[in-house]
Design a protein around this ligand. Structure first.
Ligand code: AR6
Length: 173
């Protein structure tokens, strides 16, 4: 199935790449970012630190994506992206969330990676309403799949209620 929604701990998936919902520093944090850094080991932080800064302290501006190896993870690579912080919806959040997904897929394409797992980007600490985020995430991934059917894209939710929200959005596309 080229586009699927599952419930799992994304750090356990043996895919070509998992996507990290990071912050602009790329130096780790809580949530899925913390889990990925813990499972990958300290080499991941060193690899992130070595990425060039786009501005002081900013290694990945919101909406963009960067790639590192997966180190101790079962996934070969980690694609780090930074979702928007939800500020009510009138601050370009939807466009930024779309560009996270588009840029992550683009980076995967450039590196010949096909099987990619995404977390529910921005749906945790960043406060994006899950039902709105799900439509954008899955709509963008479906568009990418239409132009490149070789991809196998997974949205990996961490809880059953979140999976149900994403599954409903997938069904409604
Ligand atoms: N596997 C899959 N999903 C997970 C996992 C996991 N192991 N752990 C948490 N989630 P969040 P954001 C889910 O807050 O909203 C970090 O501190 C979680 O339940 O991780 O984009 C960064 O450094 C939620 O549904 O990311 C940034 O500062 C989803 O992942 C900030 O949080 C995203 O929640 C980014 O916030």
């Amino acid at each position: 199935m080229p586009l699927a929604v599952i419930t799992a701990d994304i750090t356990t998936l043996a895919v070509d790449a998992i996507v990290n919902a990071a912050n602009e520093t790329l130096l780790g944090g809580g949530g899925v970012d913390g889990a990925i850094h813990r499972a990958a080991g300290p080499a991941l932080l060193a690899a992130c630190r070595a990425l060039p800064e786009a501005a002081p302290g900013v290694r990945c501006p919101t909406g963009e994506a960067r790639i590192t190896p997966g180190f101790a993870l079962p996934a070969r690579q980690v694609i780090h992206t930074v979702g928007p912080i939800w500020r009510g919806g009138a601050y370009g959040e939807a466009q930024l969330l779309e560009s996270c997904h588009r840029n992550a897929v683009q980076l995967a394409r450039e590196h010949g990676l096909h099987r990619i797992a995404f977390p529910a980007i921005s749906c945790g600490v960043y406060g994006y309403p899950a039902s709105l985020a799900a439509v954008i995430a899955l709509g963008t991934l479906r568009k990418e799949l239409a132009s490149d059917p070789a991809f196998d894209l997974i949205v990996c939710c961490y809880s059953e209620p979140m999976r149900a929200v994403f599954q409903a959005a997938l069904t409604s596309l």
